[in-house]
Design a protein. Structure first.
Length: 393
């Protein structure tokens, strides 16, 4: 299963967690789980909220009975409060597994680094006021826990709308995106709009930066299983929501290609074999002529979308290329089924008005060797034996 965040109205920790909660059928049970994670002095509440006639899930994070106002959200840098070491101690006490703890710590470290850069200080000198710190820990914890709970393989996000104008925080009035947010958004596509408010908070930016494998405004969502909507608190000219799409990849795949002119045939063949053994849908080598008329190979690897990073690493590891091109083609496939007939594996393919069968080569080879006959004779005998079932070998 994969996940796509649509950030047309920015991203904040409570909105992302609300969208994730909305992906579960039993929301009360999920909120009960969130309240059992040992978040200190914190209570999580879930409610339905309507934005421009669109209903979504709003998450309230209540700290000792108090709740931050929208205009104060997530600007937590201060010179009084807890530092990153204190936050790590809180995270280590949480009732979540080590993977989730690691995710939470790494996300909060991104926030601390961004704040330190914005204020020209060391990470250890960054302090977070009590209410804001615990609120952000709760938002980050909820998102990390729920993403882990959903067992998603790949996360995509749209470019992020950051809004426009200014935002008021403890240091005064700052431009949108605020300095820490701008630091976190480095490397992430974002844009300003005519909505005069902050739409993307540092916490929201950090969560997306950490979890998203790629950012695209034209995702291929083959089979959407569930849509979650997280609603913000600000009443704006447009629906203040973030949407999360849980989807499966069926018809689209990832194609990775690279040109190689400094590997031997044996080395290229070994790379091809590694791709196949690691689970590539297909891998092939095409002879090409490159600049200065140099003979070369083009290696092409087809893989599932969620395996893109895995095969990118494998290509760099097993070839000499220094660059890989990526495409996301769609495909048509026949339904396939494997059955055993007379000790031979038969692959049946059906669909689009087609019904065909084919024996696995290795089984034909074994049959030929066991009967001391040629491959051609083995195919003929197996075909004759299976004529009643119309098996085309």
């Amino acid at each position: 299963m994969n996940l796509y965040f649509e950030c047309n109205m920015g991203a904040a920790g409570d909105m992302i967690s609300g969208a994730l909660v909305d992906l579960f059928d039993d929301k009360n049970s999920i909120v009960k789980e969130l309240n059992s994670l040992n978040l200190p002095h914190t209570q999580i509440k879930c409610s339905e909220k309507t934005q421009s006639s669109i209903s979504g899930i709003h998450i309230d994070v209540i700290i000792d009975g108090d709740e931050e106002r929208p205009d104060e959200e997530h600007h937590h840098h201060n010179y009084h409060g807890r530092n990153l070491s204190d936050i790590n101690s809180i995270i280590n006490y949480l009732a979540v597994d080590e993977k989730v703890k690691s995710d939470i710590i790494n996300i909060y470290r991104l926030v601390a680094k961004a704040e330190a850069k914005a204020h020209n200080t060391e990470v250890d000198m960054v302090h977070f006021h009590e209410l804001g710190m615990l609120d952000a820990v709760a938002d980050i914890t909820m998102c990390a826990y729920l993403i882990n709970r959903l067992e998603v393989k790949k996360i995509l996000s749209s470019p992020v709308n950051v809004g426009a104008g200014t935002v008021k925080c403890a240091h005064g009035v700052l431009p949108v995106p605020a300095p820490a947010t701008a630091n976190l958004l480095e490397g992430i596509p974002y844009y300003k709009s005519d909505i005069k408010t902050e739409l993307c908070t540092p916490t929201g930016a950090a969560i997306l930066k950490y979890f998203a494998n790629d950012f695209t405004d034209v995702p291929v969502l083959d089979k959407v299983v569930k849509t979650g909507i997280g609603a913000g608190t600000k009443e704006l000219s447009q629906a203040n929501i973030i949407r999360a799409f849980l989807f499966e990849s069926e018809n689209s795949i990832t194609e990775l290609t690279c040109n190689i002119d400094d590997m031997t045939g044996e080395e290229s063949g070994y790379a091809l074999e590694k791709m196949i053994s690691e689970g590539a849908l297909d891998c092939f080598i095409t002879p090409i002529i490159m600049k200065k008329s140099r003979p070369a190979y083009m290696l092409t690897v087809l893989c599932k979308n969620e395996d893109e990073e895995k095969f990118t690493r494998l290509i760099f590891k097993h070839t000499t290329t220094i660059g890989i091109r990526k495409y996301t083609p769609s495909r048509y496939t026949l339904e396939r089924q494997f059955i055993n007939e007379s000790g031979v594996q038969i692959k049946r393919s059906t669909g689009f008005g087609v019904n065909r069968s084919k024996a696995e080569f290795e089984d034909i080879k074994t049959y030929a060797e066991e009967n001391d006959i040629s491959l051609f004779e083995a195919k003929g005998k197996l075909k004759n034996t299976d004529n009643k079932k119309h098996t085309d070998l």
